[in-house]
Write a protein that binds this ligand. Structure first.
Ligand code: ATR
Length: 274
């Protein structure tokens, strides 16, 4: 029988996940069906469990349900535990295991697709919401020089850095929380926009000299050139949007569910042409 999977969110109609997983399945010869589920804002749990009870094998979880998914699952695997957010649920054998593949997706995109390994790099992460929590541990495990988390509301950045303190040892010079106003004078090799500002087209207040020579500005939003990307281009930095991260996190989910690792580059190219 064809195994069933879905992405659950609200809104979810624009999700590219069905197209990505359909292409992975075609390319690897896997027999699966992958749909979208629009859950009411107060109805994530009921919708997810209904899908499982009807034989669904796994879910991808998108906004705003990643934290609710963390609460729903019986066990947390790998990076999900400390991220406090789950984007992949495995319902095999009647149980529910929650994973978070967002950080793995980001790191793979940086390393494999963009040729930007994080080892020894100075990393600035903007934002202290769910997106930042999701990627923090995998980023630190890449052994960067240091990671600074900047946020408009400083207390949230301080709380986040405290939450990940046990991974501090992975960064040569540790991790720190800073307001944007304290960034002047420090240069970074990789600047990642994990705020929701990309969506609202609001530019986080970065100083002009934030980019080290040959720096990469990474925007987690995909499909358009945001103000952050324009800002970076005007200052000579390389830029990337989050499409590669989207495909890479999907590939990691696919691997968890199917035990097969699909090729990602052809899928990224296919989506760029659309
Ligand atoms: P997500 O789960 O997508 O990360 P979130 O939890 O709502 O979303 O977090 C959004 C992040 O974007 C926060 O860090 C927020 O900053 P505050 O904590 O100060 O609210 C940040 N953000 C949103 N709009 C912003 C803006 N105009 N300028 C700078 N940061 C912004």
């Amino acid at each position: 029988m064809t195994d069933r999977y879905a992405v659950i969110g609200n809104p979810v109609e624009h999700s590219l996940s069905p197209a990505i997983h359909a292409e992975f399945a075609r390319a690897t010869g896997q027999d699966l069906d992958y749909r979208r589920i629009l859950a009411p804002l107060d109805g994530f749990r009921a919708a997810a469990l209904k899908f499982r009870d009807q034989g669904g094998k796994g879910l991808n979880v998108t906004l705003p349900f990643k934290h609710a998914a963390w609460n729903l699952v019986e066990a947390h695997s790998g990076f999900a535990m400390d991220a406090g957010a789950v984007n992949t649920i495995d319902f095999r054998e009647g149980g529910s295991v929650g994973h978070n593949t967002d950080g793995t997706g980001l790191v793979r995109d940086l390393k494999e697709n963009l040729g930007n390994p994080l080892r020894g790099r100075r990393v600035l992460l903007m934002g202290s919401g769910g997106a930042t929590y999701g990627v923090m541990e995998p980023l630190l495990r890449e052994l960067p020089d240091f990671v600074v988390v900047a946020n408009r509301t400083l207390e949230k950045a301080v709380a986040l850095v405290g939450h990940f303190e046990k991974f501090q040892k992975f960064a040569v010079r540790g991790i720190a929380a800073r307001p944007y106003s304290a960034l002047a004078g420090t240069r970074f090799d990789v600047v990642i926009n994990a705020t929701s500002a990309g969506l609202a087209d609001v530019m986080p207040p970065l100083p002009d000299d934030i980019f080290a020579p040959d720096a990469l500005a990474y925007e987690m939003v995909y499909g358009r050139r945001t103000l952050f990307m324009k800002f970076a281009l005007e200052r000579g930095a390389k830029t990337a949007d989050g499409l590669g991260m989207l495909v890479e996190q999907a590939a990691e989910s696919f691997f968890i569910w199917r035990g097969v690792r699909p090729e990602t580059k052809p899928v990224i190219e296919m989506l760029r042409k659309k």
